[in-house]
Ligand binder design. Structure first.
Ligand code: C6P
Length: 419
């Protein structure tokens, strides 16, 4: 369960030792060792997670909360243990406040349907930022259309930071919801969430929802310290399986919300005319959940705890510094996002001369280097910078400075091809 022998350096971890836990990284792609730099899209999975999924299906598979038999007892206990562990990982000590979802997208949609449609009225204001992933834009557009609520926007500055000075003007007594990302997937900007929550609380009684999809995998996160009302994240970006994620929200908020979906296990009593709901968190988990996914996510959290989130953050910062330094030597390369590395996470969005980002990604792929190209589901960010797409390299704790060297060599090849 804990990572294999890890050499601790003064400032972090030894990714070479860590990489032994990730068999997928050992392969060759197009005749080259794989340099996986697409971690913002999804992370790779350590053997501990692969093993627990295998063990669950081989030995313990049963439905949860339904059976009296031994397998159901085992599955239920592993599923609920995972809930408690994943909750504690983000500072949430009440497992009733930890709702398993399919991921960040479903968690935000749960808030939009369960809270937005129920509590928003015409003229109420929803404050979003132009840094948001579409998952934190479109659900609120749908809610606004149905309730008559109005969308307001916090804009970006030239470096892709939020214009926080505008909070004074944009948050007022009509603001009912503020929903923003903790870390931008398209720019790497880390937002000062605790300060923003404090500023919002000073000016309104708005509910504050944080999209933590790019934060929880990379930084120590404590929802209690952030003082937000709800927080969403995805398992697959933090060494867990796909198809599982979490909405954490305050019990008082969840108690007030109607169910998102109806079905098995979310009810207390069903009569012909109406039904009553199960206690939290089950009220929001209709149908058979992704049991293996939740258990896998619990193991992923245990694995990350074994390394230590502070060390992970420190290592990624070192790789980021190195990458920003090395990439600054590539002519005609434009990097988006804050110039101060302390304000960003291990995501580097860039363009190179006139090369289309898809061509950059294709040429790098031929060298075994995996990056993402496109609008990164953040078209508002692309529009802000006047580009249709960027190339994006994103790091995790198993990335090395050698991966960065390979990236920089690959970018020089791109330049040659397009010269
Ligand atoms: N970003 C990326 O390549 P899901 O798909 O539900 O697990 O996560 C959605 C999501 C929400 N918010 C942020 C900030 C995100 O980065 C993502 C996923 C991936 O950037 C896939 S588009």
């Amino acid at each position: 369960m804990s990572p294999s022998t890890v050499t601790v350096t003064g400032s972090g971890i030894d990714p070479v030792a860590i990489r032994r836990d990730f068999p997928i990284l050992e392969q060759q792609i197009n005749g080259h060792a794989l340099a996986y730099l697409d971690n913002a899209a999804t992370s790779q999975k350590p053997t501990a997670v692969l093993a627990v999924l295998d063990q669950y299906y081989r030995r313990d598979n049963a439905n949860v909360h339904r059976g009296i038999h031994e397998l159901s007892r085992r599955a239920t206990s592993a599923f609920e243990d995972a809930r408690s562990r994943v909750g504690r990982f983000v500072g949430a000590n009440d497992p009733g406040e930890v709702i398993f979802t399919r991921g960040t997208t479903e968690a935000i949609n749960l808030m939009a349907h369960g809270w937005g449609l129920e509590f928003l009225n015409e003229g109420d204001e929803i404050l979003l930022t132009t840094m948001e992933h579409h998952s934190n834009v479109v659900p609120w557009q749908l809610v606004a259309r149905r309730t008559g609520a109005v969308l307001k926007w916090l804009e970006l500055d030239d470096e892709g930071r939020l214009r926080l000075e505008a909070l004074d003007r944009t948050v007022n007594s009509r603001t009912r919801l503020v929903s923003l990302t903790h870390v931008s997937n398209a720019l790497g900007t880390v937002n000062p969430v605790a300060d923003i929550v404090r500023a919002v609380r000073y000016r309104s009684e708005a509910v504050v929802l944080i999209d933590g999809a790019q934060a929880v995998p990379h930084l120590p996160v404590d929802v209690a310290a952030l003082d937000c009302d709800a927080y969403a994240f995805s398992g697959h970006k933090m060494c867990g399986p796909t198809g599982i994620g979490v909405l954490w929200a305050r019990r008082s908020l969840l108690d007030a919300m109607p169910p998102f979906q109806g079905g098995g296990e979310m009810i207390r009593i069903v009569r012909r005319e109406s039904s009553t709901w199960a206690d939290l968190p089950h009220k929001f988990e209709a149908g058979t959940p992704d049991i293996a996914g939740a258990i896998g996510l619990g193991t992923a959290v245990q694995y990350l705890e074994g390394i230590g989130m502070s060390r992970i953050a420190r290592h990624e910062r070192e790789v980021l510094h190195y990458a920003l330094d090395r990439m600054s030597t590539v002519r005609d390369l434009r990097i988006f996002g804050p110039s101060d590395p302390c304000e960003r996470s291990g995501v580097i969005s860039f363009t190179l001369s006139d090369a289309h980002p898809h061509d950059i990604a294709t040429i790098l792929d031929a060298e075994g280097i995996a990056i993402r190209a496109g609008h990164h589901c953040a078209q508002l960010v692309m529009r802000h910078f006047g580009v249709a797409a960027t190339a994006r390299a994103s790091f995790y704790f198993y990335n090395t400075t050698e991966d960065v060297d390979r990236l920089v060599e690959g970018l020089e090849t791109v330049r040659t091809v397009f010269a």
